[in-house]
Design a protein around this ligand. Structure first.
Ligand code: DI6
Ligand code: FE
Length: 436
């Protein structure tokens, strides 16, 4: 009871979806316990009729209402009552900072021009690169704010933001500084990722010289010798990512990027197997990658490196949907192998202009056949793991960061079910609540 009396804030009469014993949250079980990710029917780590206390930005106590002596609590300390509480939502893969629009490209694609062809012809990612290079740091910040606010209004308390539309040392660092500033300016945690190896910038393109592969390697030199050291030294990046793809970079080039990232103490992530099976996921996992992302073309028989290295599979159903892909990630194989699955928006102007993590939960269920419980784990505890955050992040457990959401719902399965109707009552970041 003292934990509650001494707390900064207390919430009463809660139903908790703690996610602490939810599907996919036990990553220690590995491949041998193939049932681990799917055996408990929709538990969400539920605890009903509970009280929860917060002190110094962390969850300090969780107890049944029956043992909390309410008259002894200071009235001013009671921050909320009733409803369902979940961990704050974590969007572990976004390209939130960019300038320009790709609406015309959307029209082109609807007329049948493939994404890869648009990219090869200098559109796609490179059109966003041109607009992002031309934009000032302040302009990029201002453009990103409404996107960030849209995610926050839905309950996002942590998100990752990648660079990758600058592709020069100066412009990549500019993007990362904007990402850091967003985290300083708003009540949200921002993790930053350097994605210098996103596309070959025009000045390295074959028209400027004779041999394609030589140009790509020269650009990878720039990523490894200048961007990664500078981003690490200026503490602008927490992780390094690559686009391992025919229209991106080869496995050998990604290998060089990962080595440089490792040498500079940065975490590793990969856009892998989105459009073809180059085996980038296995490479990234061999470097102990936090996550491999997309995975539509991942070979279901090659998951052992992910299991051995505790690499999270990040599913991006928005990009799958927006590109009207038909090849699905090997969900059942990932589930059988006990590989934690996270879900993210991949918010970006080309393949996923969709700033709704709850819509992604819905799509993960409808398009990829995840359960609503797996979807919630995918945007809480498993997304935290994909960002290398502490083990208790993304869960309602004592000691965890007090990033929490209070919902007006009957059951947590509603979070993946109903989209567009406001259900969030309170968003709590580091123990501080704001009404939504
Ligand atoms: N895969 C994606 O889905 C995004 N980047 C990547 O490597 C798309 C980026 C874009 O089209 O602007
Ligand atoms: Fe992406």
């Amino acid at each position: 009871m003292n934990d509650f009396r001494d707390a900064d804030k207390v919430w009463l009469d809660l139903n908790l979806a703690t996610m602490s014993s939810a599907v996919g949250s036990d990553t220690s079980s590995g491949i041998s316990s193939g049932m681990s990710s799917n055996m408990s029917p929709a538990t969400y780590g539920i605890q009903q009729s509970m009280a929860l206390a917060v002190k110094n930005g962390r969850i300090s106590a969780i107890a049944p209402m029956a043992v909390v002596d309410e008259p002894l609590l200071p009235t001013a300390g009671i921050a909320g009552r009733g409803g369902w509480m979940t961990p704050g939502l974590i969007d572990c893969h976004t390209h939130l900072v960019f300038a320009g629009s790709r609406a015309e490209e959307f029209e082109q694609r609807l007329q049948g021009v493939p994404y890869a062809q648009i990219a090869r012809e200098g559109g796609g990612i490179l059109s966003t690169v041109r607009a992002t290079r031309a934009a000032s740091e302040q302009q990029l910040f201002d453009l990103a704010v409404p996107r960030l606010q849209a995610l926050m209004r839905e309950g996002v308390t942590t998100l990752e933001i990648k660079s990758g539309y600058g592709l020069t040392l100066k412009d990549e660092l500019k993007m990362l500084r904007v990402a850091r500033r967003l985290g300083d300016a708003f009540p949200v945690q921002v993790c930053t990722t350097l994605l210098g190896a996103h596309a070959l910038p025009p000045e390295f393109s074959p028209e400027f010289a004779s041999e394609l592969s030589k140009d790509r390697d020269a650009y990878i030199d720039l990523v490894c010798q200048q961007m990664i050291p500078a981003a690490a030294e200026q503490k602008l990046a927490d992780a390094v990512d690559v686009f391992c793809e025919g229209i991106g970079f080869s496995v050998a080039q990604c290998d060089r990027v990962f080595k440089a990232a490792q040498n500079h103490g940065l975490a590793i992530k990969g856009h892998t197997e989105q459009l073809s099976d180059l085996k980038g996921s296995q490479l990234a996992a061999s470097y102990g990658a936090l996550s491999v992302d997309h995975l539509e073309y991942l070979d279901a028989s090659a998951l052992q490196p992910l299991v051995e290295n505790g690499t999270v599979a990040v599913l991006l159903p928005g990009a799958f949907y927006f590109l009207r892909e038909t090849q699905r990630p090997p969900i059942q194989a990932l589930r059988d192998a006990g590989i934690p699955m996270a879900i993210a928006t991949d918010f970006n102007p080309g393949t996923s202009p969709l700033a709704s993590l709850r819509l992604m939960m819905n799509m993960a269920c409808t398009l990829f056949r995840l359960t609503p419980e797996e979807a919630l784990a995918g945007v809480t505890c498993n997304a935290a793991q994909a960002l290398g955050l502490s083990d208790d992040t993304g869960k309602l457990v004592v000691g965890a960061p007090a990033d929490m959401l209070l919902w007006d719902i009957q059951h947590p399965s509603e979070l993946a079910y109903q989209i567009g109707v406001p259900m969030l009552k309170q968003r709590i970041y580091q123990g501080v609540a704001s009404d939504v």
